[in-house]
Design a protein around this ligand. Structure first.
Ligand code: GLA
Ligand code: ZN
Length: 586
């Protein structure tokens, strides 16, 4: 695997006469890669089946003359107006049943066979045209799959695909009724074709339906990407394939999406214009938020990755975020390299003068004249290039793993319990502790092998399966240490509460505790006392723990459960299992 520094470049936004200047400025900065083309469908195929690659060929050539290689994006995120005019049935439908219009991007339904046909025609033509171009080293499929998809498309085609997906999973409608508990509110189905996509209803949907919908949508996106992978692998087997993921974005399971990619890429926006404090723990700054996003990305394939878009200036559409302070671009780039990025591509080369992203600033300002950011990145690239070459292909060794599960996140998004309880926020909170203490951490899939970690932190293991229980138990008995938290072992895999024994279900044997009572904290915190006499506080939730052999590590000091245990430990086999029954402060 090789490593690069690059920029996201849009030659179609600037006159042809400027391209050479750009290529030269890139070389002078120290860049040797561009990603191009990922929104240029209208230029590549101005009319159905009529392809124009000449303009892109000459951009690729000009750049190559300055030593800059190309990654091409398949522009399927932006079907042009003529496609929508000809086949309006590909437009997506939202959860109110309203068809969304042309004018942004991602305005197509991913299950729609007609849209898939358009995409296949374009991607085949692109792969055929570029398969032997020595300057084109790889492909990015689409762009940020799942972004701008809201609750995802709920058109007739998607609803039908959902029903087919359910038929494969449950086999018979009787089984589905049983698993989902459709006896509630007379929701019993006679046949799969009666099952709706979760459009808005007068009251909330069945949580089991909602969870399967999220799983289905993720599978659909993975399948959509796979069609393009199949085409490119067949025609251009020597060029790599990646996709630009978005850290903790949750529309698609990135472990699944990454499976058939050569490596995953990440789009890193460290200071954004929206309010990140909604999910990020108090006290986390842009450095902490960057490190958590990089660690999670490395976990998608458990290997080095690329940054396909690294913030290179102030971000903004209608409103703007902070301008990166002197030194910040260098800092974020260094962080990426240190945490496993083999390539960093800056978004974008030059700030665009028109369109939605006029204020999403690039390395160069609108004027195209190199300024402070250009100079800073030039220094940073020169300084980091030898380090990146040294680290290329390697990854950090961590003895701590934090479990990141899409299923848990989806289930807790459907029923967050406390209005501010957020699964990702919990993960970040635990991560922040290790970050502040300079302890390297991996994020691991629940399907990963835990055995190389001394400590596994697994917050909110809300959905529990017998397999996961056995896995956790085996890990601890062989010497592992695990931290489990509140709302563990509550539901089965189909999002139905388990009722065969007290919480936390069968894990009670490992933890040696039982939870007979709990309290959702609305607008108040509960004091906690620690053995050394110090105090802390718990927010959002309190499990009132009955000790069944475990040791209390901390106890509540207020509320009607004053004196009861709120955190416990239990030695088990060669290891130990810890339980934290609340959301403690730092
Ligand atoms: C995302 C996209 C880019 C661009 C930037 C800025 O990361 O991948 O195309 O839209 O955000 O908004
Ligand atoms: Zn659809």
């Amino acid at each position: 695997m090789s490593n690069f520094f690059g920029a996201d470049y849009y030659p179609e936004h600037w006159p042809r006469e400027r391209w050479e200047t750009d290529a030269k400025l890139m070389r002078e900065l120290g860049l040797d890669l561009v990603r191009m083309g990922e929104f240029a469908w209208a230029r590549f195929e101005p009319r159905k089946g009529e392809f124009d690659f000449k303009w892109m060929d000459s951009a690729i050539q000009l750049l190559a003359e300055q030593g800059v290689k190309t990654v091409l994006g398949t522009p399927t995120a932006a079907p042009p107006a003529w496609i929508i005019e000809e086949t309006p049935e590909i437009l997506p439908v939202n959860d109110s049943g309203v068809t969304l219009g042309f004018g942004g991007r991602h305005h197509a339904c991913q299950s729609n066979a007609v849209y898939r046909g358009h995409a296949a025609r374009l991607v085949t033509a692109m792969a055929e045209h570029y398969k032997d171009n020595e300057h084109v080293i790889g492909w990015q499929i689409d762009n940020e799959l799942g972004n701008s998809h809201g609750n995802l498309c709920m058109c007739g085609s998607c609803e039908k695909a959902f029903q087919d997906w359910l038929r494969v999973k449950y086999k018979t409608i009787g089984r589905l009724n049983e698993e989902w508990g459709t006896a509630f509110w007379s929701q019993t189905y006679d046949a799969f074709h009666q099952i709706p996509a979760p459009k808005i209803t007068p009251n909330g949907h069945n949580p089991s339906l909602l969870l399967d919908w999220k799983r289905f949508c993720s599978d659909l996106i993975v399948d959509f990407q796979q069609r393009q992978i199949d085409i490119i692998r067949k025609i251009a087997p020597c060029q790599f394939i990646t996709h630009n993921c978005m850290g903790f974005a949750d529309k698609v399971n990135y472990y699944d999406l990454g499976k058939n990619l050569d490596f995953v890429s990440h789009d890193q926006y460290n200071l954004v214009f929206w309010d990140e404090t909604l999910t990020c723990p108090p006290g986390s700054d842009s450095v902490a938020r960057t490190s958590v996003a990089l660690d999670v990305t490395r976990g998608f394939k458990d290997k080095p990755f690329w940054i396909m878009e690294q913030q290179a200036g102030p971000t903004g559409w209608q409103t703007l975020g902070h301008t990166p302070r002197p030194g910040q671009l260098r800092l974020w780039t260094a962080q990426s390299v240190a945490r496993g990025a083999d390539t960093v591509v800056f978004f974008r080369w030059r700030t665009c003068a028109f369109g939605t992203e006029q204020y999403w600033h690039g390395v160069l300002p609108h004027s195209g004249v190199p300024g402070r950011r250009y100079a800073e990145l030039k220094k940073a690239v020169a300084e980091l290039r030898p380090l990146m070459a040294h680290f290329c292909g390697t990854k950090t060794q961590s003895s701590v793993g934090i479990v990141y599960s899409y299923d848990q996140n989806w289930a807790l998004t459907i029923q967050p319990h406390h209005p501010q309880l957020n699964y990702i926020g919990q993960l970040m909170k635990y991560h922040l502790y290790f970050h502040e203490n300079n302890i390297p951490v991996d994020f691991v899939s629940p399907d990963a092998d835990f055995s190389s970690y001394k400590l596994i932190v697994a917050p909110l293991q809300y959905l529990m399966t017998p397999e996961l229980e056995r896995k956790i138990e085996a890990y601890v008995s062989k010497g592992g240490h695990i931290i489990l938290t509140m709302r563990t072992g509550v539901k089965n895999g189909n999002n139905v509460c388990m009722s065969h024994r007290e919480l936390p279900g069968s894990l009670g044997d490992l933890l040696k505790i039982e939870i007979l009572d709990y309290d959702c904290l609305r607008g108040e915190d509960v004091k906690i006392g620690l053995p050394d006499g110090s105090t802390a506080s718990a927010g959002k939730w309190c499990d009132i723990i009955t000790l069944k052999g475990a040791k209390a590590l901390a106890r509540y000091e207020s509320g009607y459960y004053k004196g009861e245990a709120c955190a416990t430990s239990n030695a088990f086999g060669g290891g130990a299992a810890y339980y934290i029954g609340c959301e403690p402060d730092k």
